[in-house]
Structure formats: structure tokens, C-alpha cells
Design a binder for this molecule. Structure first.
Ligand code: ADP
Ligand code: MG
Length: 704
């Protein structure tokens, strides 16, 4: 019999969580730390030494040899530098194991090689990491041994944020402050905090590692840059929620165990739409923890795949022609005593606080649609958004029938008197229970969909951090709440004022609501009529970061300074150019060293065969060889021309800088890459499989 797996025994085993802290910390220290973690009280630095000691003892008891400040620079991945716990040897040559409060609170990694977007000249190397006690320390077990990882924020010598966590924490403060004003207006005196909660659903692909290593595009770019469609793609929809294959099942089991140990609530797993594509969703958590856990999930996915001789691809579009991978960011606002501000109840038309919250969110999304779109911009996502597999690049909000009806009533009659109710779903089978039907169906084409008691932002790319999207959501909603609270706190007749405010907000921002098919061309035109922005690519979206509107918003709530925003825009332009450059150079490399030589071999074989047939039997029909030779040679010369054009385009772009460079990569290099790919993919369909230099789409997607 196989071993018995008990998730509750494993869960949180490697986390310095509340239970461990209670056991290992003196009572007063535990209390102080808990106040900071739960109530947002300022951290008392005098407790750091005691906490560090307890953390070290606990870590060593679990076999840890090193500690690291774990942080999220703007590279898209996490960073860490490990230090052993050992001190300098004593005169007898012995070391003791130590870890001070100072080492817990502050780290000083050399920041000069992390992106700073001009915030720091290269010679200014200092950067600091600072302990974030609201995200618990954890132990990571891997080939390095056991390492104590301390979640930290990362900033420059002058205190500018160089990471994802700092603005997220700032935005959480902003939404907390403004949400509290709203709940107090409605007579709530019990709740102490409002916390944004996030549940990110993570999609990914698994491919066999040996095959992966044969493809330079996957190795260097994380996606295929060439590749003809196999005879079967995802058209039968038989992979979605399909039975999970053994090899993948073993991977998922291991992945769950590793994640549970780290305190990540991995809960849902299933096959996704494309062959070899899967999804994992955790149980939602506070935004800061959810973001950290999502980073840990992505890292663990890659590590565990390696153990199974597979590679986990988190790229947004590993394969052309089948669905790419995204990350649905489920977001809600919940009080510390468990009240979800996004919960409409059974009769939303009577729930005035909910209607105000909803109206403010609609306003926030309408006014700052550009920022929300920008938060999901990454190079890989350019292949997904608007390509009928993910939402279009146009931001709109789906509310569903029930809420749309309430809004209709409010806007046209000034009053909402009823809420549509879901009926009972008759199964028509005596032995099956009838089900309660939700008042509203779902809409999978909407980028921002209301989903019962949360909004689901469906635009984020699979490889991207969810931090930026939540920074935007928290801050833009904080602004809308602030503007509402400013009015309502002064109102003489609260009932009348809130009623008017809701009606005005809904009327003014209704254009952002769209319940129809977001994949249709008609919507693109309708959205244009409504004046909604349609930013098709990452390069179009980046300027949203530095508009006067954005600077005012972020400075008002202390989330970003102008300089921080400008640096982020700069980093994104650079990032875009670098990635397209790598992709282009990888294509050039594969085309010239692998594909063209293989095709030449094939044409030589064809020519030899043609000659041989003609010699052996002049009357025999050798037209197939002749036609293939003509066709192949023509495609080969197309490839050569396209290769030269791509090489030239790259040579022009590398000399440029910043925004102009990113634009040039998009205008010149991206089309040149497509032009090179087209003849190559046609050739793949003709050339002898034995000669083709790397595994095909079919090999990668169907033979995991
Ligand atoms: P699906 O949308 O695929 O049907 P669920 O609705 O169960 O799946 O949840 C998807 C994700 O949303 C999960 O990570 C879940 O924990 C999270 N989620 C559920 N409720 C909330 C909430 N109130 N706030 C934020 N996230 C939530
Ligand atoms: Mg979902």
C-alpha cells in the first residue's frame, strides 16, 4: 500500500508561523510582534534580537545552515544571497552559530546589478533589504540544504522602492485607511482593519526536460519561436479538466507536498485547455502573503519539475496556436473580523454599503483603466491579450445580470426596489439533487469580472508577479473611497447623500460595464465609441505609469514617487527591448545553425534521389522529387532573405535607447521575426522528420 499522506501533518512544517512563535518567543515579545503583524503597529526594533535568536534555533533544529533575505527586485523573479550562520572561528578553531537582530532586520545586498531604471547611477551600489514581519519566515529545502528565508522589502540608499513588495505594502496601507472611513460611515465600530485579499490561479505547462534541452528557443526565451502545429491541437477540448496522466499526477503530488510544507494552501489542480497545460489555485490570503506565496509557487513548480525530469514553462505563450497561460487575480476587501465588503448578500438592492463600494470600484476602474491594463503588461502577454484566449486588451467590468439590473433600476428610476434571484436548477433525474442556481452566470471573456463576492482580474500573465495588479487595485479603489468619504463625512443627511452619490457614480461610469462577448470584433468597435482605451501591446501601455493622473494618484497615497514611477517605466522599456533582442538572436541562431543546414541536407537528398531515379529509369515519374525540390528551395531562399532582414533590424535597434528602442523593436524586429518564422514552419511540414533539428510541437505537447 502506498504511504498515507496527511496534508494537515505536513502543512506549514517549514514556516515560522504563529504556533512556532508562541512556543519559542517570550510572551511579551510574541505579543508585540503580533501587534505589528495583525494591527499594523510599528515594529519595535528592540524585539528583533530575541526574534532572531528564536528563528535561528528553530531553523537549526530543522537542519538549516544558512539564512537569506528573500526579496523581489524588478527582474520578475526573486533574489537571495545566502549567509551561513557561522561566526569567525575561536582561537581553538571552533565556530558558533549566530544570527543577530540586526541581521534579521536589515540586509545590504549590492544593488548595482538589479534594475533601477535610472534611480541610481551604477557607481551607487548600496541597497537595503528590510524584514517584512507580516510575511512569515520559512525554510527552503533544496540542493543547497536547508535555508532560512526571510521575506524582505528592497530599496535604494535613498529609500526608493526597487522591488514589488514595498509599493504593495504601501498600497495596502492606503486601502486600509480609506476603507475604514467607509465602514465607519455605515456604523461599523468593531472592525479594526480592512485587508485586500487575493487568490491567484496559476496556469503552467509541463514538457519533458530532455526534449526541452534540445530547443534553444525554450532554453533562452522560455517559448517556442518556431514550430508548425501538430495535426491535433486543443480543438477537441479533451484536455480541459481531463484525467491527469501518471507522470503529471506524480508531479502534482510532489508539488503539493512542497507547497504545503511552505504554508502555501495549494488547493485546486486540473488540466487546462491546451495539451500539456495545467492549473494550480491556492486558497486566497492577504495580498502580501498571496504575492509571496505565488512567487514561491512559481519557484517550486520549476524545482519540482526538474526532479521529475520535466520543465515547467510559465511563459504566457509557450506555443503558438494553442492557449497560453495566465493568472487570474481574485481580489476582495475583507475586515479583520471577517466581513467581505464585496459581498452583496441575497438582496443587493438593499445593501447600500455594497452598492457604494461597487460604484467606487467602477469609478476607479473607469478612471484608471490604463493603469490596470499596464499592470498586466509583459512581453509574453502581448501574445495573449486580444487573441481570443484571454481577455482583450480593453478593460471593462462584468457584473452579471443581477447587479446590472439593480444598476438599471437605480439609474433610470433613482431607486432599486428588487434583486433578481437565481431559481432552482432542475436536473431532471430523480436521483440527482436539484441545485440552487446562482443569480448570475459567468463571463470568461471579461478582464474584470464580478464573481459573487470578489472581482477576478483575468489579464495577468502567467510568469508575472501579481504585485503590480494589486498595487493598482488597492490604490485606485483607495482614491475612489477617499473621494466618497470626503463627501459623505460632511453630509447632513447621510441617507440622501449616499443615495445620490451612488446614483451619480453609476451613471457617470456605466460605460465601463460590459456583459457581452469580450472576444468579439463588435466589442472592440463599441469600446472605441465609449472612449475606452485599447492598448494592444506592452509598449503602448507603459506610458500610463507616468501620466500626471498616475503621478497624482500614487503620490497622494504615498505608493510611488514620480521618480519611482519614471524608473519603473524605464525598466519596462528596457525589459521589453532585452527580451525581444534575446528572442530575435535565438531565432537567428536556430535558423542559421540548425534549420537552414537541415533543409540543405534535405534538398541534397532530394537532388540525389532525383538524379538517381532519372539515371536508373528515365521513364519513371520523378516529378514528386522535382516539385519538392523546387518548393523547398524556394522556402529556403525566403528564409535566407528573412534572416538577413531580421539581422539588419536587430543591428539598428541595438544602437537605440529607452522608449524609442522598445518602439523600434516592436515595429521592426517583431514583424521580422514573424517573417522568418513563416517559411521555417512551412519547411517543418515538408522536411523529413529525421532531419528536423529539434522536437516538434507534437513531441513536446503530447508526449509528456
Ligand atoms: P473559480 O473562479 O475557478 O471557480 P474559485 O471561485 O473557487 O474558483 O476561486 C478561485 C480563486 O479565488 C481561489 O484562489 C480562491 O481562494 C479565490 N477566492 C475565493 N474567494 C475569494 C475572496 N473573497 N477574495 C479573494 N479571492 C477569493
Ligand atoms: Mg477563476
Amino acid at each position: 500500500m502506498s504511504e498515507i499522506l496527511n496534508a494537515s501533518d505536513i502543512f506549514g512544517k517549514n514556516v515560522f508561523n504563529e504556533k512556532v512563535m508562541r512556543q519559542r518567543l517570550p510572551k511579551d515579545v510574541f505579543k508585540k510582534l503580533k501587534q505589528t503583524i495583525e494591527d499594523g503597529a510599528e515594529l519595535d526594533p528592540s524585539i528583533a534580537g530575541v526574534v532572531a535568536h528564536a528563528m535561528k534555533e528553530w531553523a537549526i533544529d530543522h537542519g538549516a545552515t544558512h539564512f537569506t533575505h528573500w526579496f523581489q527586485p524588478l527582474t520578475g523573479v526573486t533574489a537571495e544571497k545566502h549567509d551561513a550562520f557561522i561566526s569567525a572561528p575561536t582561537p581553538e578553531g571552533k565556530v558558533i552559530l549566530e544570527f543577530s537582530g540586526k541581521e534579521l532586520i536589515k540586509g545590504e545586498p549590492d544593488a548595482s546589478s538589479f534594475p533601477s531604471g535610472g534611480l541610481r547611477a551604477t557607481f551607487e551600489a548600496r541597497g537595503y533589504t528590510s524584514w517584512d514581519c507580516t510575511s512569515p519566515a520559512f525554510l527552503r529545502e533544496d540542493s543547497c540544504g536547508v535555508t532560512l528565508c526571510i521575506p524582505t522589502a528592497f530599496y535604494s540608499y535613498k529609500g526608493e522602492a526597487l522591488d514589488q513588495k514595498t509599493p504593495l505594502l504601501r498600497s495596502m496601507q492606503a486601502i486600509n485607511d480609506q476603507s475604514m472611513r467607509i465602514v465607519r460611515l455605515f456604523g461599523n465600530t468593531a472592525s479594526k482593519r480592512v485587508i485586500p485579499c487575493v487568490g491567484p490561479e496559476q496556469e503552467y505547462f509541463l514538457v519533458d526536460r530532455d526534449k526541452y534541452l534540445q530547443r534553444k528557443d525554450l532554453v533562452y526565451a522560455g517559448r517556442t519561436l518556431f514550430g508548425a502545429m501538430p495535426p491535433k491541437g486543443q480543438e477537441l477540448e479533451d484536455h480541459y479538466f481531463g484525467a491527469i496522466r501518471d507522470r503529471v499526477g506524480a508531479y502534482m503530488k510532489d508539488l503539493n507536498i512542497e507547497l504545503w510544507k511552505l504554508g502555501v494552501t495549494a488547493r485546486t489542480q486540473h488540466n487546462e485547455a491546451a495539451p500539456a497545460q495545467h492549473e494550480l489555485a491556492p486558497i486566497y490570503d492577504e495580498a502580501n502573503l498571496a504575492v509571496d506565496h505565488n512567487q514561491m509557487t512559481m519557484e517550486t513548480m520549476k524545482k519540482v519539475a526538474y526532479r521529475h525530469n520535466m520543465t515547467c514553462l510559465l511563459h504566457e505563450k509557450p506555443f503558438a496556436g494553442v492557449n497560453g497561460s495566465g493568472k487570474h487575480n481574485n481580489w476582495s476587501l475583507t475586515t479583520d473580523d471577517g466581513i467581505n465588503l464585496l459581498s452583496p448578500g441575497d438582496t443587493p438592492h438593499e445593501n447600500v454599503q455594497f452598492l457604494l463600494v461597487l460604484a467606487c470600484i467602477l469609478k476607479a476602474v473607469d478612471v484608471h483603466a490604463d493603469l490596470l491594463r499596464e499592470s498586466a503588461a509583459d512581453v509574453g502577454n502581448d501574445h495573449r491579450l486580444g487573441a481570443n484566449e484571454a481577455p482583450p486588451a480593453i478593460i471593462s467590468v462584468f457584473l452579471g445580470e443581477q447587479l446590472e439590473d439593480v444598476i438599471d433600476q437605480l439609474c433610470s428610476n433613482g431607486e432599486a426596489t428588487h434583486s433578481k434571484q437565481g431559481g432552482t436548477l432542475k436536473t431532471g433525474v430523480a436521483t440527482l439533487p436539484d441545485l440552487d442556481q446562482d443569480a448570475t452566470d459567468r463571463n470568461r471573456t471579461s478582464p474584470f469580472a464580478f464573481n459573487g463576492n470578489k472581482f477576478e482580474f483575468r489579464m495577468v500573465g502567467a510568469s508575472d508577479s501579481v504585485a503590480p495588479s494589486n498595487v493598482v487595485l488597492n490604490t485606485i479603489v483607495a482614491e475612489a473611497f477617499k473621494e466618497a468619504a470626503d463627501v459623505l463625512e460632511q453630509a447632513e443627511d447621510f441617507e440622501a447623500a449616499v443615495h445620490d452619490l451612488i446614483k451619480n457614480l453609476l451613471t457617470e461610469h456605466r460605460r465601463i460595464i460590459f456583459n457581452g462577448n469580450g472576444y468579439s470584433e463588435a466589442w472592440v468597435q463599441e469600446a472605441e465609441k465609449r472612449g475606452l482605451p485599447n492598448m494592444k501591446t506592452m509598449v503602448d501601455a507603459i506610458p500610463a505609469l507616468t501620466t500626471e493622473k498616475a503621478v497624482k494618484l500614487y503620490e497622494e497615497f504615498g505608493v510611488f514617487t514620480r521618480a519611482e514611477l519614471e524608473s519603473r517605466a524605464e525598466i519596462e522599456y528596457e525589459n521589453y527591448s532585452k527580451i525581444i533582442n534575446i528572442e530575435a538572436r535565438t531565432m537567428i541562431d536556430m535558423a542559421s545553425k540548425q534549420i537552414i543546414p537541415a533543409v540543405i541536407k534535405y534538398t541534397t537528398q532530394l537532388a540525389n534521389s532525383l538524379n538517381a531515379v532519372k539515371q536508373a529509369c528515365p521513364e519513371a515519374d520523378s516529378s514528386v522529387q522535382a516539385e519538392l525540390l523546387i518548393e523547398t528551395s524556394a522556402l529556403l531562399s525566403d528564409m535566407k532573405v528573412a534572416l538577413a532582414a531580421l539581422t539588419d533590424a536587430v543591428a539598428v535597434c541595438v544602437k537605440m535607447e529607452s522608449k524609442a528602442q522598445a518602439l523600434a523593436y516592436r515595429e521592426k524586429v517583431v514583424p521580422a521575426m514573424e517573417a522568418l518564422r513563416t517559411p521555417a514552419d512551412k519547411l517543418e511540414m515538408i522536411v523529413d522528420k529525421e532531419l528536423w533539428p529539434f522536437p516538434s510541437y507534437g513531441d513536446l505537447m503530447f508526449e509528456v
